[in-house]
Design a binder for this molecule. Structure first.
Ligand code: TYC
Length: 108
């Protein structure tokens, strides 16, 4: 007699059935990162971090320095929609001020 709890169909084939994902799974989170470059002024980056990420001047300065020294830093972790909005706001603000600052997002 065939075991009943083994995800097998009538042919005994285990490869064709798909497990459904429980709807209670937490939505994924996304890291928003700032990348270093040689041209964007430090004060501009600090301003961006205060304005779009709600950081204090001291926190913003610290993260800006981390990006400057290490090449990049995570500036926050958000839902997909919020992360996408932050990236778009930063990229648009940098472009309007003609700075090459890059902001990206990545699934956590
Ligand atoms: N490296 C830049 C400079 O020396 C400063 C900078 C910091 C630029 C962080 C981008 O994401 C950045 N002016």
């Amino acid at each position: 007699m065939m075991a009943d709890d083994d995800d097998q169909d009538a042919d005994g084939d285990t490869s064709t059935l798909t497990k459904t994902k429980p709807k209670t799974d937490k939505p994924p989170l996304y890291k928003v990162m700032l990348l270093n470059d040689d041209y964007t002024p430090m004060e501009f980056v600090v301003h961006v971090l205060e304005r779009f990420f709600g950081l204090s001047h001291a926190q913003a300065f610290e993260i800006m320095l981390t990006v400057h020294k290490k090449g990049l830093a995570v500036v926050g972790v958000f839902s997909f929609e919020v992360a996408e909005t932050k990236v778009a706001q930063v990229m648009d603000f940098a472009r309007r001020h003609q700075h090459p600052l890059q902001c990206t997002m990545e699934k956590e």
